[in-house]
Ligand binder design. Structure first.
Ligand code: KIV
Ligand code: ZN
Length: 515
């Protein structure tokens, strides 16, 4: 069977980042982009350049670092957004501008306050402008699954004629159902006279848990690009999960007449990196990348798998990158070995000082923990690189006491932009006491929305990775910190979240503002 190529468009860095609290720094975005490049995704949507100065710089940094994938920025269908996207994408080897406008009656009336004809004209002029600024233009009809069919046909025909090479039909609110959504894709392709001049793409949200099913149904019906995210991260219930789409296509090649270019062995490493950077842990029973995805608990299953693996396994764990977290380094590993492993992981340091600092932290960790895995190195780098992130507050010293029957206490010293300040507090536990001591100094006015601890690898000497989610004035951010001591990891995570929320300016959201 000859197979069409299915383009994998990853939007972890854009739609994924729209998950409340999943904001990523520029360095983190570049690290994830490199993992995506290693996985051989076709297109990386690096962000929404107009959203803020930080987002602009992040898109630019990804465009500078990525050589083998198309790098894309989102832009609403207006001149300012499109010009900003083009500017951020200038360093890219292959740049794509992804412009969109809502086409459903409800969005046009209440959000855009525009009539359909004006939406159509705005779409066409935006695509023309984008084509003058970039060779590759994608156009999305936001809320397509609730848009009128005839109107979509008219607008799509016109934007293809104006130069859009990819037409995306998003299920923005996760309303679609596989049969109906797939049928819509087939009818659009059939009814639009110039549909052969564009690739049809789908972008499905998971509000009804149908994002992957809808995407696959669209592929059966002619879509040749799927937009997805690592771990299914994304606005609200998330987007179609990249790993599920890719592995369904591969495992059921008897049903799907397409193939992807993905190196599936990079799936688990990418999933772990995204989970660690965003602080969104992967549920154990998550398909493909959950800790239990290949674990057989029942005796009958174990027996079957030992006799003949395919009795209960439809995929091989090693094909998606399980077991790829080789035991790499230990106490006696030298600088060259550590540096080589960092390079293998696609981690780059800003300068020699940053590498030195990472090496010092590696040695300190190896003293406490005998076996250092790739995940430990990733966490360590997050710590080193985040230490440079607009630090208003840095942890200098922390001492906690807790004993049975006693009241936990924390004493700490923070470096506040060069000034050292100390505080003491009691709490219901050592972590609570540490957070209260920090607040004695900072008085941040934030509220704690989530606190979670994860062991990065197994064993009681493992690094504990803590995620803290804070909210202030409607803005939500995550901070994560890792340490073999979970109270210290907690204080680091809390301070990272505070530093972000207290220093970052307002960001625009692509889907709540008009054009
Ligand atoms: O969900 C959506 O409609 C989007 C578009 C901007 C593609 O994210
Ligand atoms: Zn979306």
């Amino acid at each position: 069977m000859t197979r069409d190529r299915l383009i994998i468009f990853d939007t972890t860095l854009r739609d994924g980042e729209q998950s409340p609290g999943a904001s990523m720094t520029r360095n983190e975005k570049v690290r994830i982009a490199k993992a995506l490049e290693k996985m051989k995704v076709d297109v990386i949507e690096a962000g929404f350049a107009i959203a803020s100065e930080g987002d602009f710089k992040a898109v630019k940094a990804v465009a500078e670092s990525i050589k083998d994938c198309t790098v894309c920025s989102l832009a609403r269908a207006n001149v300012t957004d499109i010009e900003r996207a083009a500017e951020a994408l200038k360093p890219a080897n292959v740049a794509r501008i992804h412009t969109f406008i809502a086409t459903s009656p409800i969005h046009m009336k209440y959000k855009l306050k525009m009539d359909p004809e004006s939406v159509l004209e705005q779409a066409v002029s935006s695509v023309k402008l984008a084509r003058n600024l970039a060779p590759d233009v994608e156009f999305s009809l936001e809320d397509a699954s609730r848009s009128e069919f005839e109107f979509m046909c008219r607008i799509i025909e016109r934007v293809i004629a104006a130069g859009a090479g990819t037409i995306n039909i998003p299920d923005t609110v996760g309303y679609g159902e596989p049969m109906e959504y797939g049928h819509t894709i087939a009818r659009l392709i059939e009814n639009i006279p110039n549909s052969d001049q564009a690739i049809f793409s789908v972008h499905c949200h998971n509000d009804l848990g149908l994002a992957v099913a809808n995407s696959l149904s669209a592929v059966v019906n002619g879509a040749r690009q799927v937009e997805c995210t690592v771990n299914g991260l994304g606005e609200r219930a998330g987007n179609a999960s990249l790993e599920e789409v890719v592995m369904a296509i591969k495992t059921r090649s008897d049903l799907f007449a397409v193939e992807t270019n993905i190196d599936t062995t990079q799936i688990v490493p990418a999933s772990r990196l995204v989970a660690s950077v965003t602080g969104f842990p992967v549920q154990p029973n998550k398909a493909i990348v959950g800790a239990n995805a290949f674990a057989h608990e029942s005796g009958i299953h174990q027996d079957g798998v030992l006799k003949f693996r395919e009795t209960y396994e439809i995929m091989r764990a090693e094909d998606v990158g399980w077991n790829a977290n080789k035991l790499v380094l230990g106490k006696h590993s030298g600088r060259a070995a550590v540096r080589a492993r960092f390079e293998d992981l696609g981690i780059e340091f800003a300068d020699q000082d940053e590498l030195n600092e990472a090496f010092v932290r590696f040695k300190a960790l190896a003293d406490k923990k005998h076996e250092i895995f790739d995940e430990d190195l990733q966490a360590l780098v997050t710590d080193v690189q985040e230490a440079h992130f607009e630090d208003l507050y840095q942890l200098k010293y922390l001492e906690v006491t807790s004993k049975t029957g006693g009241i936990p206490r924390a004493k700490l010293i923070l470096n506040c932009r060069g000034d050292e300040k100390s505080a003491e507090a009691e709490g219901s536990g050592p972590v609570d006491a540490a957070f209260k001591a920090i607040e004695e100094i900072v008085h941040s006015g934030t509220s704690l929305q989530l606190y979670s601890v994860n062991a990065i690898t197994s064993g009681t000497d493992s690094l504990g990775e803590v995620t803290v989610r804070l909210e202030k004035g409607g803005r939500i951010v995550n901070g994560s910190g890792a340490d073999t001591d979970i109270v210290i990891a907690s204080a680091k995570a809390y301070l990272i979240a505070l530093n972000i929320i207290l220093s970052d300016g307002k960001r625009e959201h692509p889907q709540v503002e008009g054009v």
